[in-house]
Design a protein around this ligand. Structure first.
Ligand code: ARG
Length: 461
């Protein structure tokens, strides 16, 4: 049963119907459509459209439908209704007869779909918020477990200065925490209710829009009906939040893929998140991480697609907007799955402390420390930089680490060097000295871990 047809003399071409119908994907808005309809029934009851009995009967039928739909929401996709709004209305009429036809009074599918999607976005925020916090907690747990473990730090993918494994992990906690905050900001901004905007000009019925908005859990009603039905900023914002977060996940994945490579071997991934090769029996491939890295492209594509769909779109509602759903649904699913997959990777992640320390020691990552040592002896930094560069070149030729050079060798380059240079060049010392907010010192890491344990418990609470 179509929601329109009176002014048509012919039915739609089947190919148009297949192209136009959205039930195959917007069935996922079924619960939101019913929840919105329950509140709409109250609103038009108060406006005098429904009497007490009619309102009660409609709401009872909607509650019933809600329960039925919850049991197998996917089954709806196989029905032949045009969209989820047509489906809900048809089912309602099947239950309460002609009374079901009254519910759409004063409402349009334009404000209805805008509402449904906002309600869906709000639930998505909760789902993703939980996944982010859960991943952050796993990362913090791992940082806690490996406190103090040395790790090579890179810039330009060249060994730069030693860090700790925990410090590296906590860098990602910062990113995911920003993702969480960004998501909460987006949730705040999308908290306005478009229902009552009707097709584009606002409803002619005397409904209390503010009361309706509060009943649906929004902070306020939207203030302009044209904007109310055509605004999809919240979809774009969620896709944007997802893109940034997936970009973070892709960096995490890439770091771990490098650290897990045969050449580095700093970490070992568990069998649970790796797969084998059909040809090469020795292989253990980091598929979970590669997929996380790869899926970033799909999510950024969804954001770009949605921006282009909305670009230059005339006010108010246009059918182009129906293109918002598939990419939103797919993005939220992909984002959520990727967050949990990253968590699973960390659950089974092992640090190969020996390889990591060896790498941290190699690559002359204590060269800056040697320069600082010379500075402490009165050498201007620019000169110290040159001295250290020449010393490193010599050490490379001799295939020695800096700390393995003899005092005589050091003194070839600068006479200020004494025995006290050796403790300065120790990695543990280098780490411990960076005892400043944001620095790599274990005492700072400890404070950060405690801070995040509290914060994440609050997010959950
Ligand atoms: N399926 C449509 C969508 O997703 C619902 C709104 C239809 N409105 C209309 N005027 N045809 O956007």
């Amino acid at each position: 049963m179509a929601l329109w047809g009176g002014r048509f003399t012919e039915g739609p071409d089947q190919r148009f119907k297949d192209y136009n119908d959205s039930l195959k994907f917007d069935y996922r808005l079924a619960l939101e459509d019913i929840e919105g309809s329950e509140c709409w029934a109250d609103a038009i009851h108060e406006a005098g459209v429904l009497n007490d009995q009619e309102c009660a009967d409609l709401k009872k039928a909607l509650v019933e439908l809600h329960t039925e739909v919850e049991q197998d929401i996917h089954a709806i996709a196989r029905e032949s209704d045009e969209d989820i709004h047509s489906y809900v209305e048809r089912r309602l009429i099947e239950k309460v007869g002609n009374l079901g036809k009254k519910l759409h009074t004063g409402r349009s599918r334009n404000d209805q779909v805008a509402l449904d999607l906002k309600l869906w976005c709000r639930k998505a925020v909760v789902r993703i918020g939980e996944a982010l916090v859960s991943l952050e907690q796993e990362l913090v747990k791992c940082a806690d477990k490996y406190q103090g473990a040395l790790f090579p730090g890179y810039t330009h993918l060249q060994r730069a200065q030693p860090v700790t494994f925990s410090h590296w992990i906590l860098a990602y906690v910062q990113m995911f925490e920003r993702d969480y905050q960004r998501l909460m900001n987006a949730a705040d901004l999308m908290s306005t209710c478009p229902l009552g905007s009707a097709a584009l000009a606002g409803t002619a019925y005397r409904i209390d829009r503010q009361k309706l908005a509060l009943a649906l859990g929004f902070k306020a009603a939207t203030s302009n009906s044209l904007d109310g039905v055509s605004d999809r900023d919240h979809v774009i914002e969620l896709l944007s939040c997802a893109s940034i977060s997936m970009m973070h996940l892709s960096r995490l994945a890439e770091d771990l893929i490098i650290y897990n490579s045969g050449e580095a071997h700093f970490v070992e991934l568990s069998d649970k998140v790796t797969s084998g090769s059909s040809l090469m029996p020795q292989k253990k491939n980091p598929d979970a991480l590669e997929l996380i890295r790869g899926k970033c492209g799909r999510v950024v594509g969804a954001l770009t697609g949605m921006l282009v769909t909305c670009k230059a779109l005339p006010l108010a509602y246009d059918k182009d907007l129906q293109e918002d759903k598939e990419r939103l649904f797919d993005t939220i699913d992909t984002w959520e799955d990727s967050l949990y997959m990253a968590q699973l990777v960390f659950e089974g992640l092992k640090l190969n402390k020996d390889c990591a320390v060896e790498a941290a020691r190699g690559g002359y990552s204590n060269a800056t420390e040697f320069a600082d040592y010379l500075v402490s002896k009165g050498v201007p930094f620019r000169d110290a930089h040159g001295i250290v560069g020449r010393t490193v070149l010599y050490a490379i030729e001799k295939k020695k680490a800096l700390e393995d050079l003899t005092l005589e060798e050091f003194r070839e380059f600068s006479t200020v060097v004494n025995e006290d240079v050796y403790p300065q060049l120790q990695l543990e010392n280098i780490i411990a000295k960076r005892d400043i907010k944001g620095g790599v010192a274990p005492s700072q890491t400890k404070t950060e871990i405690e801070h995040f344990k509290d914060l994440l418990a609050k997010h959950k609470g």
